[in-house]
Design a protein. Structure first.
Length: 133
């Protein structure tokens, strides 16, 4: 299957992968769209929205910026429109992850992060359940 999210090249030197989650208290599609545009214009032109609606957004991105800089860039010019923000979180995506088989997120994670870690044969969880099934 072709990767719908762009190049599957290795992570660029000095770049980190992030997931930004923003939740607004009221419908504010204009501010949400402006935030996504800011991220794509300033942080990562290939930034991929996990979901976008009038009350929030989740965006995967790869950048050499640190979390504080990403937040500043994302909200540039939307501070007044975003007075109803409930929460915003930015986390760096690490080497291990999980996404459902039919999830669009899985393609992005495979292309940008790589395969998830394989559970060890001597996993504590497997031992507790009586061995592999």
């Amino acid at each position: 299957m072709d990767n719908p999210f762009g190049d599957s090249e290795e992570q660029s030197e000095g770049k980190r992968r992030y997931l930004m989650l923003i939740s607004a208290g009221k419908d504010n599609a204009k501010a949400i769209q402006k935030t996504l545009k800011n991220i794509q214009d300033t942080v990562d032109k290939k930034a991929w929205p996990l979901w976008v609606d009038s009350k929030g957004i989740g965006v995967f991105m790869e950048t050499d910026l640190v979390a504080w800089e990403i937040r500043q860039a994302a909200f540039d010019g939307v501070a007044g429109d975003f007075s109803d923000i409930k929460d915003a979180m930015l986390v760096e995506v690490g080497a291990d992850w999980y996404a459902s088989e039919d999830s669009a997120m899985k393609n992005w994670l495979k292309a940008h992060v790589g395969a998830p870690l394989v559970p060890p044969l001597d996993s504590r969880l497997r031992r507790r359940r009586g061995g592999p099934k």
